[in-house]
Design a protein around this ligand. Structure first.
Ligand SMILES: [Zn+2]
Length: 97
């Protein structure tokens, strides 16, 4: 299973615009944008416009990240990249197995 498939399964969002990546642990040293929990998800939305692309990013805990991605799916954008630590996908895989 590739990272995109793993992240789509984790979020239960099977949208072709969603691209999943596995990121190194040091990317997740900051806290969630919304609450004090440690962050486990980085999002970057890309909206292609006439003269270029707009990039917007966020860093979230699992709960807020899932909610944020859900919301972003309803917006006008062309691609969303969701980066999670390998540990998160591994623990989810173990739970699902
Ligand atoms: Zn949070």
């Amino acid at each position: 299973m590739n990272a995109t498939q793993q992240v789509r399964d984790l979020l239960r969002i099977h949208d072709l615009r969603l691209v999943g990546r596995i990121g190194a642990d040091h990317l997740f040293v900051d806290g969630c944008d919304i609450c004090p929990k440690p962050a486990v998800m980085l999002t970057e939305t890309i909206t292609l416009e006439g003269r270029g692309a707009t990039h917007e990013g966020g860093i979230y805990c699992l709960g807020h990240g899932t909610a944020a991605v859900d919301l972003l799916m309803w917006q006008v954008m062309d691609e969303i990249t969701v980066t999670v630590p390998a540990e998160l996908v591994a623990s989810y895989g173990a739970l699902a197995a």
